[in-house]
Design a protein around this ligand. Structure first.
Ligand SMILES: [Zn+2]
Length: 652
């Protein structure tokens, strides 16, 4: 989802290399990419909406295969709408703040299972009497244990008949209703992901947590009043109107969730883009927004396809919720994303484009990779934020966040600025429920991951990072990669230094601050003293050693912190000449010798701002003693960053 309220910051108009030339990345890495996901958990469901009572009656069949190596004798089932049932749910009792809305709904939501039957040949086992909705001493009902009457062997498949009633809350974060607008997510009983070792990755619905599930085929028939318009995961395979109702069937394989929306206020716009049937559903009066979202997809579908592998589904639906239901915006489901931002935003404030591209990016990092978002939220939101920054910079250039009224604001600099404030508090690589605040979650999971990846890209080469993420996204498509899969790919494609920095940055609160602590030069002298040369002793007095028009000196660069990036150091002489040396950054300090025909005036470490994670960029510049302090532009730039951070707090 989108981290709404993310700070935006001013890009330095200096020598920033934000993106390679568009089109330079069309060569896809030669990596095997699965054409289909394994069919593990498949759902054939029927859903009937009552838009007046805001209820959904659901029924159907779940087929589930034990894809692990061990027999299992229980299932875990997520009943996530119960997060909105009362204030004792894990979702509601988490300290709320700093991340999206998460307000207390004025109407509660719930999911009540009415039937859960294991079909075992001719025998039917009613599983409802033994289901454990709660843990002892805990009233949360989002994570249910379902004991089975017999073991399910590895590779064996079972079928469950289900029937349930949803009561939708008024919009909380992603789900619910507002008037006759309905956004129906996390709405059906869903089996938790079974890991290869036979354990279920199950968890209650946490305020900051997202999702994790096995792949399967979803065949869902949605039944709404016939003046409503439906948007849903997967293509429509059947439509009929009967008895004042619209019945729409959607079928899609290779996915791990299904969401839908129904509203009598939608305007519909369709366009085929890059072979994908794109539908935009938006309120009346949003024609310009709809066009901007389509413009975004005309860029994004080929761009992401070239980078991370072809988008494999025939459809994509963009849902722009009405302004009164904006909390439903900025969310991702397979083949369906919700966008947002107010209708008055002019072009140049690229927030409509930014949220659209962010949610579309989730089709890859959430949809096609499907990592455990509860345990490792950065694998989705962090990589997706990096990809969003990369895409927006490739598309819009340095003003990828804002290019309006004289302001040029880049997404990636904004992320780095936010990332600095939380880097020592908590690690990035931890479960969603472990973060102390929503602000820390947003700054670390989204921004610091993106800034870390961007620093690696700038330090070791963007082309290498492009290739590494391209390999990762293709190799692990449909395979639920873990942090080690990402780090191993970075190691293989970029090198051990990059992989070590990535691991330290993710798991160990890795940080870095390059600084220049000494800069000096003096007129050059030869050595004085007694010398035995050619069989003769010669004494040279100190006043005879001067070398005219030569200066010697040095610059001392110190690396504080635990990350070790290679870095450049630029030396500037009083005659304006400049020279650069590269330091591998491995040791804790590095003395750069200076020798030239003019005195040393100043030195700067990381002159091209590659090390976005550098904690104190203002100490990267130093003037030699006795030299005028003119020419320290970065101090000014940093002032701009602070101004931008302030502005970011006010941005919609
Ligand atoms: Zn997101």
């Amino acid at each position: 989802m989108t981290f709404l309220g993310a700070a935006t910051s001013l890009a330095a108009d200096g020598p920033l290399a934000l993106a390679g030339p568009p089109g330079a990345d069309d060569a896809a890495p030669d990596v095997e990419m699965a054409a289909h996901a394994p069919n593990v958990a498949s759902y054939t469901l029927r859903a009937k909406l009552d838009p007046t009572r805001h209820t959904v009656h659901g029924e159907g069949t779940i087929t589930w295969r034990n894809a692990s190596s061990k027999a299992v004798s229980e299932l875990w089932m997520h009943l996530y709408l119960n997060a909105f049932k009362n204030q004792s749910s894990v979702f509601m009792r988490a300290p709320i703040g700093g991340f999206r809305g998460g307000h207390i709904p004025s109407e509660w939501g719930s999911i009540d299972l009415k039937r859960l039957v294991l079909v075992d040949g001719e025998t039917r086992h009613d599983l409802l009497p033994t289901i454990e909705l709660r843990r002892p001493g805990d009233e949360d009902e989002t994570d249910a244990r379902v004991p089975l009457p017999r073991e399910v062997a590895p590779g064996a498949e079972i079928a469950l008949e289900v029937e349930w009633d949803d009561k939708l809350p008024n919009i909380v974060e992603r789900t619910g209703y507002d008037g006759s607008f309905h956004m129906v997510g996390q709405w059906f009983p869903k089996i938790a992901k079974l890991e290869a070792d036979g354990s279920f990755a199950h968890f209650p619905f946490h305020h900051l947590g997202e999702f994790y599930a096995d792949y399967g085929t979803y065949d869902v028939t949605i039944d709404v009043p016939d003046d409503f318009i439906v948007g849903a995961t997967g293509p429509v395979t059947e439509t009929r109107r009967e008895g004042g109702r619209l019945v729409e069937r959607h079928v899609q394989g290779d996915i791990h969730d299904f969401a839908w929306t129904a509203w009598d206020g939608y305007r519909v716009k369709k366009e085929t883009i890059h072979g994908v049937d794109v539908t935009v559903l938006a309120p009346a009066g949003y024609d310009d927004h709809v066009e901007r979202e389509l413009e975004t997809m005309r860029f994004a579908l080929p761009h992401y396809g070239a980078r991370y592998g072809k988008y494999p589904y025939p459809v994509l639906t963009l849902v722009h919720p009405p302004v009164t239901a904006s909390e439903a915006g900025g969310m991702e489901y397979p083949t369906l994303i919700t966008t947002g931002q107010p209708s008055w935003l002019p072009r140049g404030l690229w927030f409509v484009e930014g949220v659209t591209i962010h949610e579309f990016g989730h089709q890859y990092f959430y949809g096609l990779l499907a990592s455990n978002e509860d345990a490792w939220p950065f694998l989705d939101e962090g990589l997706n934020s990096y990809a969003e920054n990369e895409a927006m910079a490739a598309w819009k250039g340095a003003g990828s966040g804002i290019h309006f009224a004289g302001l040029t604001i880049g997404d990636v600099e904004a992320q780095a600025e936010r990332a600095r404030h939380f880097g020592h508090d908590e690690k990035i690589a931890q479960g969603a429920g472990a973060f102390a605040t929503g602000s820390a979650y947003g700054a670390l999971v989204y921004s610091r991951t993106a800034a870390l990846l961007e620093t690696i890209a700038r330090a070791y080469g963007k082309a290498k990072m492009d290739r590494a993420l391209g390999v990762y996204a293709r190799r692990f498509r449909f395979r639920h990669p873990t942090p080690n899969d990402l780090i191993d790919t970075i190691r293989a494609e970029i090198g051990p230094g990059a992989a070590d920095n990535l691991r330290a940055g993710l798991f160990d609160k890795g940080w870095v601050d390059y600084t220049i602590t000494q800069t000096s030069s003096h007129p050059s002298h030869g050595a004085a003293g007694m010398f035995d040369r050619d069989g003769k002793r010669e004494t040279i007095s100190p006043d005879k050693t001067a070398r005219p028009n030569r200066y010697d000196g040095s610059v001392l660069v110190v690396r504080r912190g635990t990350l070790r990036f290679p870095v450049e150091i630029e030396l500037v002489a009083t005659d304006g000449s400049r020279s650069r040396v590269t330091w591998d950054g491995e040791a804790e300090s590095f003395r750069v010798p200076y020798s030239g025909s003019a005195a040393l005036r100043s030195a700067i470490v990381d002159p091209d701002d590659r090390i976005l994670l550098d904690e104190h960029p203002q100490n990267n510049f130093a003037t030699a003693p006795g030299q005028a302090t003119a020419g320290a532009p970065r101090v000014l730039e940093r002032g701009m960053f602070w101004a931008a951070t302030l502005l970011g707090g006010l941005a919609p």
